[in-house]
Design a protein around this ligand. Sequence first.
Ligand SMILES: [Fe+2]
Length: 297
Amino acid sequence: MSTTDYPVDMSVQPEVTAFFDAATNTISYVVKDPASSACAVVDSVMDIDYAAGRITYDHADQIIRFIQNNGLTLEWLIETHVHADHLSAAPYIQSKLGGKLGIGDKITVVQDTFGKIFNEGTEFQRDGSQFDCLFADGDTYTIGSMTAFAMYTPGHTPACMVHVIGNAAFVGDTLFMPDGGSARADFPGGDAGVLYDSIQKVLALPDDMRLFMCHDYGPDGRDIRWETTVGEEKAHNIHVGGGKTKEEFVKFRTERDAQLDMPKLIIPSLQVNMRAGQLPPADESGKRFLKVPLNGL
Ligand SMILES: [Fe+2]
């Protein structure tokens, strides 16, 4: 779809509350309909002490308390993509508050790739059935009186979607803040050229569209920030702003990615997030384990 085909409605102004997770530099959001009590949660975080193999829910509990204390109704849990740097808490939040869990329909590609890398058995379905809803490009859904839509933005991963809710777009890892640039494109199924094209789709949204990041690392010691606009990104993004060409971007991105270490939590994150945030099934002892594929990534 071209950007003009998407049902953009800048007159709808959702109330956005951010929850920053300092352990993974992830920002989760509660997005509320100003005309009702309906809300959605975008990209929640489950806490893990990987060295200890310990899972906790402090970050998710903050979000749950916020929703309960404000008398909100959770209608959707949105994952912008299968994250490689933090574990999703979507099923935990869903078990407490309800709502439908959605991700892009190309999750099946991601499940196929990582199902092989982690040598999952046939009990691991590669059809996206762990989610309640699989979005195709341009699909719409409602949060109270608001109409939201999903925009297909592959490149960082094959299943990335930007979710646009009124005048607010949740970009996942398609873009970082202007001084942060863009996310890596070297995970299995990633592609720097495809990412450039997806970023152009986001930058073709209205200039005053609010953009909400999934990550911020506070480059050069600045305070953590997560909100910008299309206009700001177009003018100032250090990787794609000011009219940088696809060739320039691909060259830069490829050289940079070759120097990056794997994210600390990539191994637990993929195994949990490809299952929609569920932990791997218990073995015959009743215990759950994560695998570490040696030289597999
Ligand atoms: Fe990511």
